[in-house]
Write a protein that binds this ligand. Structure first.
Ligand SMILES: NC(=O)c1ccc[n+]([C@@H]2O[C@H](COP(=O)([O-])OP(=O)(O)OC[C@H]3O[C@@H](n4cnc5c(N)ncnc54)[C@H](O)[C@@H]3O)[C@@H](O)[C@H]2O)c1
Length: 439
């Protein structure tokens, strides 16, 4: 008997517009990648929506369709792109400057990339300190800036012919702020926009404009952004899905692979020292202590939540965890991340593990951007609203309902993601109990 969907999913008809604050290394690697894949110049490695399968029913049923055949996702040829940046460079120029992709590959996708000219950004040097650029909206209150973004969104919708839009923040990391009084309700937030309250960050003005325009919002950086009562309420009231924060790539990806393994085997940990060198613009912005603090918070919280030292004091209560990021221009986007991990086993005997990950930040991030865009669009077409916890898989600091601790273990996150898709399509959830095979 065919399964009956738990949600009604509207078909993915027409074009899907992807609006990106921040036309930098990650976003141009994503856009250039999509264009290259469309032209069959390369494969979408790292993307679940393009490559993963999903098991349905029993292990003996032999039903494992591709994810993209199981749920109706927008196709790559349906994607159209736009964005904002403080620099005037086209996406082609920004991609060349980012030095992530080979010039020979970029040459082959030059035409669509060169056609993407960033719109004028909403920018505030109080929130991002190490860079400044000319392509910025001037004058007016923060509410005027929000209105200008709403107009940009409407114009893009019109000019691109997109039937649906998604906004995904790929801008620099803003300085660390906690939610303030102005973020408590939509009313105080809107008043704050009118009085240009200094506690309202540019990324929040973009998010407000997106939600007001009915556009789902994903946050690729660790900034607070939608993680405030005011914007959460707005997303729920308008029936719009949101997700964040901070793409889970590089070192934190490794951490969420290794730490659940140590805990699964009840091995102890007393030290985890992580250090990175990177030389791209992201690294330059993160040299500023305010922006680094935002990043540090999301990077540090991961281990505590995976290891649960309160439940396992003998194993984890004395863990010393430190994360450093050093700006080192010669490496560009090719980051090197070292981890020294001090673990202990039976009778407390110490051991050490060293990880040296020579990674490429934007190469790891680009497929996450693609999946998030396609899944958020799916969520929107399925009438799902507010925080999409099933997309935690993609984030260092997954957003959760207030009072709920986030799930960081990547394998639990993957199970949650796939079970959500099974649930959407009315398939049995997979619990891995499996007793029926032995009856
Ligand atoms: N690459 C990764 O693996 C990874 C992982 C997690 C998070 N991130 C985050 O993703 C973001 C993008 O990373 P990146 O390597 O592409 O950085 P990048 O510096 O190359 O690009 C960011 C761009 O955002 C622009 N920008 C800054 N403030 C803006 C604003 N208010 N409006 C519009 N544009 C603005 C900058 O001018 C820059 O061009 C960063 O916040 C980074 O911390 C990246």
């Amino acid at each position: 008997m065919p399964a009956k969907d738990n949600v009604q999913i509207a078909p993915a008809e027409g074009k899907l517009g992807v609006l990106i604050p921040g036309i930098g290394a990650v976003s141009t690697t994503f856009i250039a990648g999509v264009e290259a894949i469309k032209r069959k110049l390369a494969l979408p490695i790292g993307s679940l929506t393009q490559l993963a399968t999903i098991r349905l029913g029993k292990r003996t049923d032999a039903r494992t369709p591709m994810l993209k055949d199981f749920v109706p996702l927008a196709g790559l040829t349906d994607l159209v792109f736009g964005g904002w940046d403080i620099y005037e460079d086209t996406a082609y120029e920004a991609a060349v400057n980012a030095r992530v992709l080979e010039p020979a590959l970029l040459e082959q996708v030059k035409e669509p990339l060169a056609a993407i000219r960033p719109m004028k950004a909403v920018f505030d040097t109080e929130y991002i300190r190490r860079i400044n650029g000319p392509n910025v909206k001037q004058g007016g209150s923060k509410m005027d800036k929000a209105q200008a973004l709403i107009e940009d969104i409407a114009q893009f919708r019109e000019s691109s012919g997109a039937s649906r839009l998604i906004m995904i923040w790929c801008g620099s990391t803003e300085v660390f702020h906690r939610p303030a009084a102005v973020h408590q309700t939509l009313e105080t937030f809107e008043k704050g926009l009118c009085t240009s309250d200094p506690e309202i960050a540019p990324s929040q003005i973009y998010a407000y404009a997106a939600l007001k325009s009915g556009v789902p919002y994903a946050n690729g950086a660790p900034n607070l952004t939608t993680d405030t009562p005011a914007l959460l309420d707005l997303a729920r009231d308008r029936n719009i899905p949101i997700c964040g924060k901070d793409f889970k790539t590089g070192q934190t990806f490794m951490k969420t692979l290794l730490a659940p393994g140590f805990k699964a085997r009840m091995l102890g940990l007393n030290g985890w020292f992580s250090t990175n060198i990177l030389g791209n613009r992201d690294g330059e912005v993160l040299e500023d202590p305010g922006s680094f603090k935002t990043k540090e918070e999301t990077k540090l919280s991961v281990l505590d939540q995976i290891l649960q030292p309160k439940l396992y004091p003998d194993l984890y209560k004395d863990l010393y965890h430190a994360v450093r990021i050093n700006y080192y221009p010669p490496r560009g986007d090719s980051k090197e991340g070292w981890d020294n991990i001090d673990i202990f086993g039976w009778l407390g005997y110490p051991m050490q593990i060293k990880v040296d990950f020579l990674c490429r930040d934007s190469i790891l991030a680009a497929p996450l951007v693609l999946d998030l865009v396609l899944f958020l669009d799916l969520a929107q077409r399925s009438g799902m609203r507010g925080i999409q916890e099933w997309l935690s898989f993609y984030f260092k600091a997954p957003m959760t309902a207030p009072g709920l601790y986030p799930e960081h273990d990547i394998f639990i996150q993957l199970m949650k993601l796939k079970n959500t898709l099974r649930w959407m399509r009315g398939e049995d959830l997979i619990t891995h109990l499996g007793l029926e095979y032995y009856d």
